[in-house]
Design a protein around this ligand. Structure first.
Ligand SMILES: C[S@@+](CC[C@H](N)C(=O)[O-])C[C@H]1O[C@@H](n2cnc3c(N)ncnc32)[C@H](O)[C@@H]1O
Length: 358
């Protein structure tokens, strides 16, 4: 071996960085770094830096009031993610993404989304092997009650239920503009929003389409939450209808039924049953809208869809997934709908499947 030849061609230069290896190293540290980002959110670090770009360590310490060593450890962790930048002069700055995603405090803020993931989703994922192995949502045991789904059990814990719905509504708002702008809603007069949660989607649809009224159908404790949250700008065009979507009849007199982020909770048989129930209350020409995550057709892509499917099976219902659009199309046809089609390209791996009652 010629040592001088080695010296001219160091190993580091001959090895291309492997993006999968890079992703692996980030991924295995991500649970800790995720919690560090949430702590920085809880301490309002990103909001403070939005108002005080270039703040010093001492200024951040005075603002947060936490021990200097703890702050040092936390800031280092968040800097490794790239969300915070520490310049040579020791000042701290939000990265552009932190400024956009983490500093604001509005209803669609990531801070609400991540609070829900920290409090509810991620503790459950510690039970993943057990739950997937058993084919049951065994992580539900951590929540009071004996009902089969998380949605029902949260009614025993109003504080956590509020965190959950604030988180869900904030995430829904991320993908809602595209849905609300869909031309198909311009001709809807009376929508039934099945599993409509705190009413976020219906209020936005009614605000955008002045001739649209909506009935939000959800479990009674969520209807109470919706009654407290409902924006009054749409007057009485958004009404609430408490009930269980499998047990109680759907209200009639509607010309469209929306399932937004709802059908993925259930099995194919239950989905077909719910679509048939929607079909039975619609007039001829009435439409069904199925909005939510669609896994890619080859079922290999989509981080958000993957996380949702795992959450549903480990915790929420013990079944369901971010089904591919072709599954929803098939179930809609089986339930009696015609002209079934899916609009794709919505944000966060979303699709909108539409069917019309012949
Ligand atoms: C994932 S959230 C979707 C909320 C809203 N549609 C959205 O897109 O943000 C699912 C909703 O279905 C409701 N839900 C689940 N099971 C239900 C049942 N058996 N009866 C009525 N509503 C139910 C939950 O309470 C929850 O509000």
């Amino acid at each position: 071996m010629n040592p001088s030849a080695d010296a001219t061609q160091p190993l580091a230069q001959s090895v291309q960085p492997d993006p999968i290896a890079e992703r692996f190293h980030f991924l295995v540290n991500a649970p800790a770094l995720f919690n560090a980002v949430v702590t920085a959110l809880e301490w309002d670090v990103f909001a403070f830096l939005a108002d005080h770009p270039g703040a010093s360590f001492e200024e951040l310490r005075n603002f947060t009031g936490v021990p200097a060593h703890s702050l040092r450890v936390l800031l280092h962790a968040v800097c490794t993610t790239g969300l915070l930048e520490r310049r040579e002069d020791g000042t701290y700055h939000n990265a552009r993404v932190a400024e956009e995603f983490l500093a604001p405090d509005g209803p669609d803020s990531w801070r609400h989304i991540l609070a829900g993931w920290k409090e509810i989703y991620y503790p459950a994922f510690a039970h993943m092997s057990e739950a997937l192995g058993a084919g049951k949502n065994t992580a539900l045991a951590a929540h009071e009650g004996d009902e089969p789904t998380l949605y029902q059990r949260l009614s025993h814990n109003p504080a956590l239920e509020a965190v959950f719905h604030r988180s869900m509504s904030a995430f829904t708002l991320k993908s809602l503009d595209a849905l609300v702008e869909c031309e198909e809603f311009a001709t809807v007069r009376h929508l039934l929003d099945v599993g409509g949660g705190d009413g976020t989607t219906s209020v936005r649809l009614a605000t955008r389409h002045p001739n649209l009224s909506s009935t939000v159908f959800d479990i009674p404790s969520v209807s109470e939450l919706a009654a407290r949250n409902s924006a009054r700008e749409v007057g009485d065009r958004v009404r609430l209808h408490p009930g269980d979507l499998f047990v109680d009849p759907f209200p009639s007199g509607v010309d469209a039924v929306l399932f937004s982020h709802v059908l993925e909770i259930f099995s194919g048989e239950q989905i077909t049953e719910l679509l048939a129930k929607a079909h039975s209350v619609l007039p001829s020409g009435g439409r069904v809208f199925i909005y939510g995550y669609n896994v890619s057709d080859d079922e290999t892509r989509g981080w958000y869809s993957a996380r949702l499917s795992l959450y549903l099976n480990v915790l929420a219902s013990g079944q369901g997934m971010a089904y591919p659009a072709r599954d929803y199309e098939e179930w809609a046809r089986r339930a009696g709908f015609g002209s079934v089609r899916t609009l794709t390209g919505y944000p966060y791996e979303h699709g909108l499947t539409i069917g019309t009652k012949p």
